[in-house]
Design a protein around this ligand. Structure first.
Ligand SMILES: Cc1cc2nc3c(=O)[nH]c(=O)nc-3n(C[C@H](O)[C@H](O)[C@H](O)COP(=O)(O)OP(=O)(O)OC[C@H]3O[C@@H](n4cnc5c(N)ncnc54)[C@H](O)[C@@H]3O)c2cc1C
Length: 298
């Protein structure tokens, strides 16, 4: 039996400006007593209110998604994907760290205007109602027995990377590259002593270039030793039409595990370089296009 996904009614409990680019929104509500937190890079959907209409037509129940898709555009609330930065079940509080990227999308617009007490809906897994229910598939980080890790991403992946870092075994070793818009966007995060965390400020450079350089340098030293050496067929992904989501099937024995997320064009280039260029086994790397330049999420 699959995990139950449902709509949770929540309201804004706090809005905290973390840096020039990150805003933390703390959500609360009695419904969160039923929310199932799996940690790591757990994703949820946020459901945005329609101005003047709120959530009036938002369906609930088992088939909420089918009913939502069938709604006319004018009353179908926008859905966007975000990461659970942290969840405090006793307080029924959930934090989401939003990248504020201006007035260009409904989520970014909402976060620039939201106030304590505003209503929101999220879609996520509910606590299992029986032992027969499968665990949720809402988190991807799965290093298996790897003894060395790489985490790399842009600012949209920073909340997931920080949540993963805080959950790592203290003996973990590896490298972390997080590209953020400016020097002032570095966030405090704790990590095991053997994991080097490097915040890379773009400071006006082209998105993804600085992170790509760091991953290439990592690949030429650390990753090259664990390349499988096979010639790999790599299906092309048109990142303007398809979601780039290439995840190893299951944890298995591997020396290095890499998790890479961010702007889809940048992630596609890194996938090509690591798999085709360096020869890294695809079973060692999760590639996730979190958003695409010039394209709304849906
Ligand atoms: C699994 C997963 C987890 C994610 N977690 C987070 C998270 O925790 N925090 C977070 O901030 N984002 C996160 N994202 C990314 C987020 O879903 C997208 O940035 C989303 O497009 C934002 O929605 P929007 O309504 O603001 O913009 P949209 O309506 O989707 O897009 C409107 C325009 O804005 C552009 N745009 C979208 N995002 C950005 C951006 N970050 N910078 C500049 N331009 C942008 C688009 O290219 C488009 O032109 C995650 C994505 C995935 C798939």
């Amino acid at each position: 039996m699959a995990a139950r996904y449902r709509v949770f009614s929540v309201r804004v409990a706090a809005v905290t400006s973390l840096t020039p680019s990150f805003v933390r929104v703390t959500l609360t509500g009695d419904a969160l007593a039923e929310f199932s937190a799996v940690g790591l890079d757990q994703r949820i959907k946020i459901v945005l209110p329609i101005p003047g209409h709120g959530f009036t037509d938002l369906p609930d129940g088992e088939d909420w998604y089918g009913a939502w898709r069938a709604l006319p555009d004018a009353v179908r609330n926008p859905l966007r994907t975000y990461t659970v930065r942290s969840f405090r079940p006793d307080a029924r509080e959930l934090d989401i760290d939003f990248v504020a990227h201006g007035d260009t999308g409904p989520a970014s617009r909402w976060v620039s205007e939201c106030r304590v007490g505003d209503e929101l809906r999220i879609v996520g897994p509910a606590v299992p109602s029986s032992p027969a229910e499968l665990p949720t598939g809402a988190a991807e980080f799965d290093p298996g027995a790897a003894n060395r890790i790489l985490l790399a991403g842009d600012e949209t992946a920073a909340p997931a990377i920080c949540a993963i870092l805080e959950a790592l075994d203290v003996a973990t070793v590896g490298h972390v590259f997080i590209e953020v818009p400016t020097d002032a966007d570095r966030l405090p995060v704790s990590a095991p002593a053997g994991v080097e965390v490097r915040w890379i400020a773009r400071n006006g450079a082209t998105h993804g270039v600085r992170m790509t350089d760091q991953v290439h340098a990592w690949a030429s030293t650390v990753a090259a030793g664990s390349a499988c050496g096979d010639t790999v067929e790599l299906a092309d992904v048109d990142v303007d039409e398809q979601v780039l989501w290439d995840i190893p099937a299951a944890a298995e024995s591997r020396p290095v595990y890499a998790w890479i997320a961010g702007e889809a064009g940048c992630v596609k280039e890194l996938r090509r370089h690591l798999v085709r260029g360096v020869g890294l086994d695809r079973k060692q790397v999760a590639f996730m296009g979190y958003w695409r330049h010039g394209k709304a999420e849906n």
